[in-house]
Each structure stands twice: as C-alpha cells, then as structure tokens.
Ligand binder design. Structure first.
Ligand SMILES: [Mn+2]
Length: 445
C-alpha cells in the first residue's frame, strides 16, 4: 500500500512522535518513500497535543496527502483514522487495534524505528540509512538496545559515542520550550553520518545543541524543587516551559519509594497542568489516579500502568489535590515505610528548620540499588505526549555536556562514568543521614 502510494507520486504524510524514536523512524521512512519515487509531508502534533487531537487531525487531512504513515504515537483502540488510507507502526502497549488499514504493532519490539527498518527494507534500498534505526532503539531502550544488529552495526561504523549523542540532541528538540522536532528531522534526513550532527556542524545541528542546553538548564532547576508528601503521594510542582516533567518524575521515583511521585508542570502550556506520575513500586498508577478523579476522561491517567500522567486545567488540578488530601486523611494511620512517615509528620512544620529536616528525611532508603527491568519498562512512551522517554543516563550526559560545552571524547565520558561509580560506592558506605543531607536533589545512578 505504501509502496503503491509512493510510486503514484504521493505525497505520503509521515506523522511522528517528537522523540528520538519517532523522529528517527520518520527520517528512515522519508528516505524509503522518496527512493520509491514518492514525496512526503512530515507532521507532528503541536506542543502539548497528541495525534488524537481534532485540530491535528484536521491539519493532517488538509495536508493534501494521499496516505498517512503514523509512527510511534501509540494506537488507541477503536479510534478511527478512516478519512485517509493509514498505516500505523508502533510498539507501545495498546488496548486494541485502531480502525486503520494496517496496524503494524509489536509490543515487544525495542523501538518503532527498528520496526520501520524491517518493514521498509524489502521495499526500498535503505541499508545505508540503517543507523537511523539505531538512534530510535537507543533512544527508547538505552543500553538494553545495544545487542540489536543495527545498533551494533552503527557503533562499528561510527564509533560508540556519536549515536547516543545524536539521541540526546534529537530528544532535546521535542522537549525544548518551543519544541522544534522538525529541526531534528531535517538534520537526520540531511546527514549521511551521525558524527556531523554530534559535532554540531551546520545550522540545524547547532540549533539542536542550543536546545539541549536549554532543556538541561530547565531540568537542573526542576530537580531542586523539594517534594511535598501527602499520604501515598509525593507532589513536585514545577513551572518549566520545557518538557522535563517526565524526566523529573523518573529521577525521583526510586528515591521517594514507596511514594507515588507526581510531577505537576504548570509552566509547560499556559492555563494547563501537565502531570507525570511514576513509582518505584509495582503500583497500578492509572488506577491510583482514577481513584482520585473517577470521572475524568481523555488525557487523564492515559498511558501506562507504570508510567502515566495527565493534561488538565487548573481547577481540575486543584480538585485532584483535594482528593489527595482526603485520601491521605482516610489512610492516615497506615505506615508505608519509615522514611516516608517521618517525612509526612515533618511536612506539617513550616519553619525553615522543619523544611530542611524534611528534605533530609526523604532520602532514598536504597540509593545504591541497580535499576530493575520494570523501571526501564516504565520509561517507554505511549500515546500521551507527556510520557517519559527520557532516561536518567541520557539526562546526566546532557547535563555534563551543558556544563562542559560541546562534545566530549569517549574517553572523557568513560572517565566521568567511572568517577560517578566511585561516588556512588562512597555514598553507599556512608550512614543514611549524611548521604541525605548532601544529596537533596535526585541524581542519576
Ligand atoms: Mn518508541
């Protein structure tokens, strides 16, 4: 169907999610369609919206496209796409198949970009562009994707540092205060070699580097905000134009276990509150959210059992906070863990000393633990544009780069990884109280 549309001259609308996986999958698909003789129009939903937004669907329909290829955006059961012949390629968990012509869906696939490579490589000559699939795989799964053949091939061809570097630059384009994923797509489509983007060569690559600095600064500010503990919830309110709420929630999740971490970003889109909800425990977070506001639908508690969020207005957010207080009062006597209950009691104090003490007491009980598989799972994105594609490791790299300015050598990166490892070991040897006082903000591990 796609090959047919391309050979008839298209244009084919390539619709993509604004993260490393979605953007690299789109770049790969554009190459394939063009090499089949077709033309493309590329589209992604605007800031704070997803592909199910009505105005975005109208834009898609008025694009003049003869078919649509929708990449990495999640499939919602029952949703109708019938007005254009549509192919959805996706690897997120889905409640059911959307009403489209072709739904290429593999929940166990590492990334949409790898699915696109497998799907299109028999149709068009794209082997020279297979490194694009590696960008998406590393973007979604990090080191867990290193065993995938296209990732190994890209590493052998371009070295180990450049593709992860491109991942973090491409992700920044979707997270910036004024997101410009089309810039990342343009850079990927134009590059024959990821190293040119990593080095910041050319105007588009330079813009990606600037956006990454902006996102790193926003996330550094947001990481300094102390959580407020209410019952089983840890609430962190930030005001950032950048999409950092998911990163911050993931970064705090283990540290605040067993609390459910709720990051509310009031600065992302004027008049709206974007929520990211994560937990270190195996908790059904969508159910926990629905228990607060059972009648909210749409973008409330969408996503994943282990990684959810919401986009709500301010009055709804305030209702939700009241529901959290009510729930906390109801569950008042229940102990969920020592660190947490101490934090709850001191949260009522209002003096600076009490606030300082509270921050010290909510230190993680298990700082040195290794990340578990289900945590990695919880980073994967779904239909909600808000979800947490970011990984702490990538975040740490971003910050290191923002500090150092410019790309670093692989050796320097290795050395800094080793330093962090040593730091962590030192931390584990210290008594919990000490550790907590020094490391109020969440850090990578
Ligand atoms: Mn993906």
């Amino acid at each position: 169907m796609l090959a047919g549309a391309a050979r008839r001259g298209g244009p084919v609308a390539v619709v993509y999610h604004a993260d490393a996986d979605g953007i690299s999958a789109a770049a790969l698909a554009c190459t394939a369609i063009e090499r089949l003789g077709g033309t493309v129009v590329t589209l992604t939903p605007p800031k704070g919206k997803n592909v199910y937004d009505e105005t975005f669907r109208a834009r898609l329909e008025s694009s003049g496209a003869k078919a649509a290829l929708v990449l990495d955006t999640g499939g919602r059961g029952g949703s109708s796409w019938r007005r254009l012949p549509t192919v959805i390629v996706d690897h997120h968990a889905a409640d059911g198949a959307p009403d489209v012509d072709v739904f290429v869906h593999d929940e166990h696939a590492t990334s949409t970009s790898l699915l696109v490579l497998d799907l299109l490589r028999p149709l068009a000559p794209i082997e020279d562009r297979a490194w694009l699939a590696a960008v998406g795989a590393l973007g979604d799964r990090g080191d867990a994707a290193r065993s995938e053949a296209p990732v190994r091939a890209a590493t052998a061809r371009f070295g180990g540092a450049s593709v992860p570097e491109v991942v973090s630059l491409v992700n920044a384009s979707g997270r910036a205060g004024d997101p410009a994923p089309e810039i990342a797509l343009e850079a990927l489509r134009a590059a024959d070699d990821p190293r040119t983007i990593a080095r910041g060569e050319g105007a588009t690559a330079a813009r990606l580097h600037a956006m990454r600095v902006e996102v790193a600064e926003a996330s550094r500010r947001a990481r300094r905000v102390a959580p407020r503990i209410r019952g089983r919830w840890a609430i962190i309110e930030i005001h950032e134009k950048c999409r950092v709420h998911g990163i911050i929630a993931s970064a705090w999740a283990r540290r605040l276990a067993p609390s459910i971490v709720l990051v509310a970003n009031k600065g992302y889109v004027e008049g709206r509150v974007h929520l990211s909800v994560r937990s270190h425990e195996r908790t059904d977070l969508r159910a926990a959210m629905r228990a607060l506001l059972p009648d909210e639908g749409g973008d409330y508690a969408a996503g994943h059992e282990r990684a959810t969020g919401a986009i709500i207005d301010v009055p709804t957010y305030e209702r939700m906070l009241r529901a959290i207080d009510d729930e906390a009062a109801r569950l008042g006597g229940v102990e969920h863990g020592r660190a947490r209950s101490r934090a709850t009691s001191s949260a009522r104090g209002s003096s600076a000393r009490a606030r300082r003490r509270r921050r010290m007491e909510i230190a993680p009980p298990s700082w040195g633990e290794r990340r578990t598989t289900h945590e990695v799972e919880s980073w994967r994105e779904r239909a909600s544009e808000d979800a947490p594609e970011a990984r702490d490791t990538e975040e740490a790299r971003q910050q290191a780069r923002a500090r150092g300015g410019g790309a670093r050598s692989a050796a320097a990166a290795r050395a800094s990884r080793e330093r962090r490892r040593v730091d962590r070991r030192a931390e584990r040897r210290q008594p919990a109280g000490d550790r907590a006082g020094r490391n109020r903000a969440p850090r990578r591990s």
